[in-house]
Design a protein around this ligand. Structure first.
Ligand code: PLP
Length: 286
């Protein structure tokens, strides 16, 4: 019997410049060995310099997209990113309850790295009450962790550990508090804190300082969804996804996209193994 690839569905916003949202998710699925489906929740108007406007997909259209996919395709994992409104949160929660996909990874996107808000205030309650309890893993950064818990933003690994415990106490099954911004991220290491519902552990990866950070949150949560669909336990999926994001940030310098902070490059490793890029001397003479 031939093994088939998992089918993974992204429910997230669209970034036409390709760095974040469903575009980042689909590249991550492709890079790590999953077939990708994608239902956009909103069309953002953005480029590498920032988000200028957001057009939500009408919620009945969002529901119809999700039902069309679930009624036809065996979905092995779902990744959820930007939702935009409490109505979108409720529709997604409803569809998940109806179709019960085995793996759900939620990146509770609140704003873009450039600062634009990607969800309204009234949606936080819906997110907390209706959607997050359905997740296999939730991947908030420290800003999102603070907003979800109503606490001040964790600044140290110790505070991130405490917050991860509070997220579990609030009803989440597993939480990965991403700590790229923690002050004491142990010098050359970035530290993410994982609470898998039973135990708390710290995941370390060498800190990379590169400007190509657009899409890191989307890529991390999508990678975790694929790796869980491949059968990895939560801690292994999170650690492998963390390394994949670090490599994709470094590989971002192999792309030349826009005038602002560039995107991560999820396909860099694959492209280099396949030799798809011409060396610079060949480009000059061609
Ligand atoms: N989803 C969408 C549609 C976005 O536009 C953004 C940021 O611009 C994000 C998610 C969050 O991006 P990141 O992965 O950089 O946190």
């Amino acid at each position: 019997m031939t093994a088939t690839a998992p089918n993974v569905l992204s429910i997230a916003g669209s970034d036409p410049s390709g760095g974040a949202g469903i575009q980042a998710d689909l590249k991550t699925f492709a890079a790590l060995g999953a077939y990708g489906c994608a239902a956009p929740t909103a069309l953002t108007v953005q480029n590498t310099l920032g988000v200028s406007s957001v057009f939500p997909v009408p919620v009945d259209v969002l529901r119809a997209q999700l039902e069309a996919v679930f009624l036809d395709v065996r979905i092995d994992a779902v990744k959820i990113g930007m939702l935009g409104s409490s109505d979108a949160v409720s529709v997604v929660a409803d569809v998940l309850c109806a179709f019960k996909p085995p793996i759900v990874v939620i990146d509770p996107v609140l704003k873009a790295s450039t600062g634009a808000r990607l969800i309204d205030d009234s949606s936080l309650d819906a997110l907390r009450q209706e959607l997050l309890p359905l997740a296999t893993v939730v991947t908030p950064n420290t800003y999102e962790t603070a907003a979800l818990l109503g606490i001040s933003q964790p600044r140290s690994v110790e505070e991130a550990r405490k917050a991860a415990g509070q997220l579990i106490a609030a009803g989440l099954r597993a939480a990965l508090v991403t700590g790229g911004h923690l002050d004491d991220g142990e010098g050359e290491f970035a530290v993410d804190v994982l609470h898998d519902g039973q135990t708390l552990c710290e995941l370390r990866t060498p800190r990379v300082s590169a400007p190509t950070l657009h899409g890191t949150g989307c890529t991390l949560s999508s990678a975790i969804a694929v790796l869980l669909a491949h059968g990895l336990p939560i801690a292994d999926a999170c650690a492998t996804a963390q390394r994949f994001v670090a490599e994709s940030i470094v590989r971002g310098n192999e792309l030349a996209v826009g005038r602002g902070p560039g995107p991560v490059h999820q396909l860099g490793e694959l492209w280099s193994r396949a030799g798809v890029l011409m060396p610079p001397d060949a480009q000059e003479t061609s």
